[in-house]
Design a protein around this ligand. Structure first.
Ligand SMILES: [Zn+2]
Length: 184
């Protein structure tokens, strides 16, 4: 191959229009020709500066690598969705678990009163009274939360977290169900 041919192949390579066969021939010439190797380095440098992007000296297998990179790029999104769902699930669990624990403790406290069948009614009464107290306390807490802490960073982050959880689950539940083909 002449130096002129090599130069022409370099131009094609910089344009991303070099066939694998041409790339092989250029590579062979560059391995043997110091002058063209220096010229190729200078051309790549200039092209990098002008385009601000890496050149493609050997397009062989380029499409495969791009596809692999696209697959890899979709992983952060998947991981982000999984993370949001995990956090949402934990938050939902806590939202359910904390009141459930309060009810369980209240029940246990009421039932651990002096035993006896007649005492059970009293225990239930106490439980009901306790439940009323818990409800009243909740109402007071809610009122304090709404009046005093609306706009506080804690309340705002809680509201944002709740919104994220709802959005994540709405996204998951709103997804169309996978189509099942009946076998047999
Ligand atoms: Zn040469």
């Amino acid at each position: 191959m002449t130096h002129e041919e090599a130069f022409s192949l370099m131009m094609d390579a910089l344009d991303g229009a070099l066939a694998p066969a041409g790339a092989d021939r250029l590579e062979q010439h560059l391995a043997a020709c110091t002058g063209c190797r220096a010229e190729w380095s200078a051309l790549q440098l200039v092209d990098d500066l002008l385009a601000g992007a890496p050149t493609i000296p050997a397009p062989a297998g380029f499409a495969g690598r791009v596809s692999a990179r696209l697959v890899a790029a979709s992983w952060p999104r998947t991981l982000g969705a999984l993370f949001t769902l995990s956090v949402g699930s934990v938050a939902a669990l806590l939202t359910v678990a904390v009141p459930a624990a309060v009810v369980l403790i209240a029940t246990w406290a009421a039932l651990s009163q002096p035993a006896g069948f007649a005492q059970l009614a009293i225990g239930l009464q106490q439980l009901a009274r306790m439940g009323g107290a818990v409800l009243g306390a909740s109402r007071t807490t809610l009122r304090i939360l709404l009046v005093e802490t609306t706009g506080s960073p804690l309340f705002l982050s809680w509201a944002v977290a709740l919104g994220l959880v709802l959005a994540a689950w709405a996204h998951v539940l709103g997804r169309p169900a996978p189509v099942r083909v009946r076998g047999r």
